[in-house]
Write a protein that binds this ligand. Sequence first.
Ligand code: KG4
Ligand code: ZN
Length: 336
Amino acid sequence: METRILAIESSCDDTSAAVLSGARVLSNLVANQKVHEQYGGVVPELASREHQKSILPVVQQSLKQAGIKLEEIDAIAYTRGPGLLGSLLVGGSFAKGLSLALNKPLLEVHHMQAHILAHWIEDGSDIPEFPFLNLTVSGGHTQIVRVNSPTEFVELGSTLDDAAGEAFDKVAKIMGLPYPGGPVVDRLAKEGNPDALSFTRSNVPLYNYSFSGLKTGVLNFLKKELKKDPDFIEKRKEDICASVQRHIVDYLLAIFEEAAKKEGIQHLGIAGGVSANSELRSSFEKMCTRNSWKAFVPKFEFCTDNAAMIGIAGHFLFQENRLSGLESVPKARFAI
Ligand code: KG4
Ligand code: ZN
């Protein structure tokens, strides 16, 4: 019988639990924390408290949906990091408690590795081959990663300041749009002209990124325009969103394409919350078609934070018998 893994993800503001049988997802539940919306960003202390409230019902519900009893679980996978320390502590302590009570092995998962390994979830679609090259774009990270095996990752480049998701969120905040800004910008951009405004790209060594200049560029530009017309943002929000999104997507893919050519890798993927972005998904597929590369784009439910990806990462660790002990501590910063 396939190994059954209960997975727990609590690195930021989503409490999630999943059950996997082998590489198949039997259930994958995510409880979003609405409490942060009023603050325009995640408040770490509130996030930990919300995790404490949600974790038990979310785990119970995921077992119920999977039709699996707690005793039938073979191992427990959880996110060790990177993420918010308090949030990680809640999921980690819960996983350790279960492991101790059930006498089942514990698997500690790297959140950014898990985003990438979501491509290996069995759902009827093709599965990538190694070596694989991934552009991981989330609220906290932007990384180009070479994947040599399910447990061997090499970071080729990353952002030197803001992450791509952060750039979306910060621009949205400047415009007075709700948090998280990424999905809102994506929606408004559909009605706007991506060539209406242009922003300068930061020049940093390959294969890195810098997004803080964009945020300042947008801020200065809007300040100037608002002096001339106080309704500028309201009148042009679609064009601003479309232009910012075009800038971010083109920048992300230009560097990623160079890295893929240099590495000579033909199986490529995008992952993380920003991989839910409609323009990034379609432009990435076009880039791969142009170069005769195979493109891997995760299903929407596996883009933003979810426990199914922690489960698939745990599945590979379990296969290699890389079990962890109760003594390991959460890691807010955690190199891939
Ligand atoms: O991977 P994720 O759920 O959490 C982290 O690990 O950080 O990523 C969250 C990020 C947020 O910055 C959010 O604005 C962004 O992903 N995001 C998007 C879209 N959906 C989520 N950004 C652009 N377009 C989207 N459709
Ligand atoms: Zn994430």
